[in-house]
Structure formats: C-alpha cells, structure tokens
Ligand binder design. Structure first.
Ligand SMILES: Cc1cc2nc3c(=O)[nH]c(=O)nc-3n(C[C@H](O)[C@H](O)[C@H](O)COP(=O)(O)OP(=O)(O)OC[C@H]3O[C@@H](n4cnc5c(N)ncnc54)[C@H](O)[C@@H]3O)c2cc1C
Length: 528
C-alpha cells in the first residue's frame, strides 16, 4: 500500500465498540512557542486549533462572528434553542479524538444519544420510508416498495463498504496536495467506479424510483447534486452504519460549547467578533492577518478555516504567487444555497420523526432547477429538523422546536431574496402544515429565516453556497483545495472547501489531514 494510502482516518471497530488509545503528542521543540493563528471557528478551525495546541503551538483562534461554531452556531429566541446548521452527528470518534489529545473524555462533556429512524423519508402522497443502518430492518422497509430490490440493496452495501474502506479509512485524512498522491490513488478510485454519479451507482443496484431517491439524497447533505456527485459519497452509509447517527442533548451547540471549554482549558486564545480583512504576506510566507478594526496579528503559521474561494479571492493580496489559484477558484462550481426557516409551535406533534426528508414529487427536475436553471422551486424538498422529538428542553414546555431546510440555487444563479424571502417562508410553512404538521400555522411563534445572503454576508461563503465548493470528482481529493497552500509555505487550509470535504466528519478530517501534512513536511522547516 503506498504511504499516502495508509494514513488511517477511522478507528476500526473492535467487538462493536471503537476504541482509541489516548494520543499524546511529543511536543516538537521547534513548535513550542511558535504562534499559530487559526482564522475561522467552524468545526474545521476548532479541530485545527486543538491539534496545533496539542503539538505545542501558541494558538489564537479568530472569528468574525460573536460565537463559536460557524455554520454550527446557535440561535436562541423566546425560550427556543435553534441549532443553526448541522444536526445529524455521525462518526463521534472524530470529536472523541480531540478530547483524547489532552487526556479528556468527550462523553463527560456531551451526552450523545442514538436517533431512530436516522431519517424518515416522506413523499407528498404520504408514503414514507424509515431509513437507518440495520440491513434487515432496511430490507423490510424496501420490501414494502419493491421486494425484488432487497438483493440489490445488499449488493450495493457491499460495494459501498469497499468504497468506504478506501475513500474514508485510507484516503479521508491522507494529504492530497501533490500530483503523486493523485496518481497513487487514481487506480483505486477507478476500480471503485468513482467516475459514476451517486444516482447511477444506486440505480445499478436498485430499480424502484422511490428507493433510488431514498439512497441518493445523501450528497445533498454535503452540497452535491446526486446526479453529478461521485459515488465515492456512498461511503456515507457505511460510515453511518459503523458509528451510528446521534443527537447531542442540548443540540449540536452542546458540542460546540464543550469544544470551547476544552480550548479554554488548553489556553487557546479565542477572539470572537474579529473579522479578518486581509492576510498579510511577504514573498512566499504569510506573516499575519489584519482585522477589520485595524489590529494586526503576526503569526508563524496561518490556518484558514474561511471558505477557500473567499480566501483566494478576497483575503489574500490581489496579486502574488497564488494568482492562478485565485482565478481558478473563481471558476469552481459552488454547492447549492440553503433557505433555512426556524420556528416554534405552541403544541406537540407526537407522530413526527426527529429528522424528516419531505421529498417533492419532482426529483431530477427539481435538482436541475436548483443546480442548473437558477429556479427557486415552488415545490421544494425539505429537511425538517424537530429536536424536541428527542430533547424537550430545546423549547418551552409543551412546545415543539423546528427548522426546515430547502436547497435552493446559490447566489450566482439567483439573488433576489429581498423580494422572495418572506413569501418563500410562507410557502414552506404551508407545505409542512399540509404534509407533516396539521394546523401548524395556528400555533406558530418565533419564526425567522436565513437565505443564501446570510451564508455570503455572515459566514463569508462565496456565492452564498451552503457547503463551499461542490463535491464533484473534478473538485475532490487532489482537485479540491489542498490542506497546505501550494503558494505560501506556512499557509494551511481546513474546512468544508478543502480535502476531504463538507459535513461534520469531513470538516473534522480536514484538520486531521492538515496535521498529517505538518508531520509529513516537518513543521520546523515551515515556521523558521
Ligand atoms: C443548515 C445546515 C445543515 C447542515 N447539517 C449537517 C448535518 O446534519 N450533519 C453534518 O455532518 N453536516 C451538516 N452540515 C454541514 C456542516 O455544518 C459543515 O460542512 C461544517 O460545519 C463546516 O465547517 P467548516 O469547518 O467548513 O467551518 P464553517 O462552519 O463554515 O465556519 C467557518 C468560519 O470561518 C469564519 N470566517 C470566515 N471568514 C472569516 C474572516 N475573514 N474573518 C474571521 N472569520 C471568518 C466564519 O465566520 C465561520 O465561523 C450542515 C450545514 C448547514 C449549513
């Protein structure tokens, strides 16, 4: 196995329970007292800050928002706690690792509970499919639609398992910043059929159209169109099967708070409400960042958790060694935008699942509206999150807390949200009332929404994209933004736009990959 294919990113389950020996780094003397600035406090940035701290760096974490978490920040309104973004927690071992670095235990700080079903997929005519990881239970669900597809499902799982072993266990945290790494991986990816789209991969095994939808919507959770996204992303299913789908009591915000506490205990300096407006360079070195208030922070290394397109287009100087990357980043395909509606209800919906995917009658055509035609669908598919189904404390007593997420075109394809936002919120509420929550509008409170403009203006995401650049093959692995900038020797990148990609597991792995790059390259040669 080539060296770059052997950097394991996932623990191997031992007797049904994954285990980690606490990983104590021998602090390299060269790193001690060196300063690292991490720009952005999303999951990728927080994980990078902790990993650098464990290697002995003095770390400063800077974010323009007033709170930690980036997309995983929390909105609180009138007794409701709304996780702004991620809600489905997979691969918790990636969080465990961060606590292990300092001899602490994640589970003493966060109460993670398994969720069932992982998702309830429901169509407009009321038919539904409870999606989860137990193959027997899945076959029983499949049989309700198409008994003949049970064998195909099991075949598909076996194929996805092979993809997982290469795509996640071996390549997930392997540096992909040299052409050689891609040459080594290419035969493996070709053998796995990575050039196939997710939809084509699933269709090879499963014939019933509704079941195809059940097993192909997952790329949308990392910003991709199932008809364009590489079937490498079928690894999501084995990943979920191995490690489960969890909910953090108190919401995903509870994880962010626990990580914040860990960073404070480890002496990481956190500067919130500090928007960086420029990355300062000298030749092929980054020397610091300049904040909007004029403050300059010098650094030995900079780790950017900002959207890489924004980094190359807006934060780095307009000219310099990265100029080709700057223009390439402007041509990259961005993920779709997201319209997210947050609301509470002064009543309970006992039949509702914690996670529901309400699928529109249109599937391929709807995706074309969003990804190609720039049309905001009037019959959106929705992901509806109802955390109070597992955790009543997320709302006042007797109330239900919700968010509904609709994939929409990003701002490069549609930008008239001023005119459209409120009426789109009404349309979504009507749709939820009709299909999931009867009489909802009689008991509504605390209703507000964000549009792709929020992603552009508050999260600094190019084109208001929900998940940075799309996870298509030509923007994956070596072709995604590298975890070390090829143009500045001490500039590293983490977060959804970098290898391996979006989602919480992906973003946490980007920090692991960044650390592997530091180890591979020898930190001392970079920071002198
Ligand atoms: C609505 C929604 C639902 C999702 N659901 C799930 C889910 O259920 N499960 C899952 O695994 N994933 C989910 N995701 C995806 C997941 O949330 C993201 O991929 C991941 O959190 C991104 O982390 P990141 O490291 O890229 O940082 P981000 O969260 O993108 O944070 C980047 C940070 O950088 C800061 N920043 C940028 N520029 C500057 C600057 N110039 N100066 C200072 N600070 C700056 C921003 O303020 C921000 O805080 C969801 C995403 C969204 C939006």
């Amino acid at each position: 196995m080539p060296a770059e294919l052997s950097t394991s990113s996932a623990p191997v389950r031992d007797g049904g329970r994954e285990s980690f020996a606490p990983r104590r780094h021998a602090t390299p003397s060269t790193a001690r007292d060196r300063r690292a600035v991490v720009l952005g406090a999303g999951f990728g940035g927080i994980a990078a800050a902790l990993r650098l701290r464990a290697r002995g760096f003095r770390v400063t974490l800077v974010d323009g928002l007033p709170e930690l978490g980036g997309r995983a920040r929390v909105f609180t309104r009138e007794g409701y706690t709304f996780d702004a973004g991620p809600t489905v927690i997979t691969a918790p071992y990636l969080f465990e690792e961060l606590f292990d670095l300092f001899g602490e235990n994640l589970h003493e700080h966060v109460d993670l509970r398994p969720v069932w079903p992982w998702y309830r997929v429901q169509w407009e005519d009321g038919a539904s499919f409870d999606y989860g990881g137990d193959p027997d239970r899945m076959c029983a669900e499949i049989a309700r639609f198409s008994p003949a597809d049970q064998d195909g499902y099991r075949r598909m799982l076996r194929h996805a398992e092979r993809i997982y072993k290469i795509g996640f266990e071996q390549l997930g945290a392997a540096p992909f910043d040299r052409p050689a790494s891609m040459f080594r991986a290419a035969p493996h990816l070709a053998r796995l059929g990575a050039q196939r789209s997710m939809y084509s991969f699933v269709s090879k095994h499963i014939k019933h159209e509704r079941l195809r939808q059940v097993f192909t919507f997952q790329p949308l959770l990392v910003g991709g169109n199932p008809y364009d996204t590489s079937c490498i992303y079928s690894l999501i299913q084995p990943l979920e099967q191995r490690f489960g789908v969890h909910y953090a009591m108190g919401g995903t915000g509870a994880i962010v708070r626990a990580l914040g506490g860990l960073m404070e205990r480890q002496g990481i300096e956190i500067q919130l409400g500090s928007m960086a407006q420029r990355v300062l360079t000298r030749g092929k070195q980054v020397v610091g960042v300049e904040l909007e208030n004029g403050t300059r922070i010098d650094t030995d290394i900079l780790v950017s958790n900002a959207d890489p397109v924004t980094l190359y287009q807006r934060l780095l100087p307009s000219d310099g060694p990265h100029r080709r990357m700057r223009s390439r980043s402007g041509r990259m395909k961005l993920s779709m935008g997201l319209f997210v509606l947050y609301f509470g209800a002064r009543r309970k919906y006992a039949d509702l699942a914690h996670h529901t995917i309400l699928l529109s009658d249109r599937y391929k055509d709807l995706l074309q509206d969003i990804f190609s035609r720039g049309v905001v669908p009037s019959d959106p598919s929705l992901y509806v999150h109802a955390p109070t189904r597992s955790d009543p404390a997320m709302a006042p007593a007797g109330c239900e807390c919700f968010y509904a997420l609709a994939p929409v075109p990003n701002l490069n394809h549609f930008d008239r949200w001023d005119e459209t936002g409120s009426s789109y919120a009404d349309l979504i509420l009507e749709r939820i009332e009709k299909h999931l929550a009867p009489d909802l509008r009689d008991s509504l409170e605390s209703v507000f929404h964000v549009t792709p403009e929020y992603f552009r203006d508050e999260l600094q995401s190019a084109g208001g994209a929900g998940f940075s650049v799309q996870p298509i093959l030509s923007q994956s692995a070596y072709f995604r933004f590298h975890n070390r900038c090829p143009h500045y020797q001490n500039l590293y990148l983490v977060g959804a736009g970098t290898h391996p990609g979006a989602g919480i597991p992906g973003s946490l792995c980007t920090a692991k990959t960044m650390e592997n790059v530091l180890i591979r390259d020898g930190v001392e040669s970079r920071v002198s």
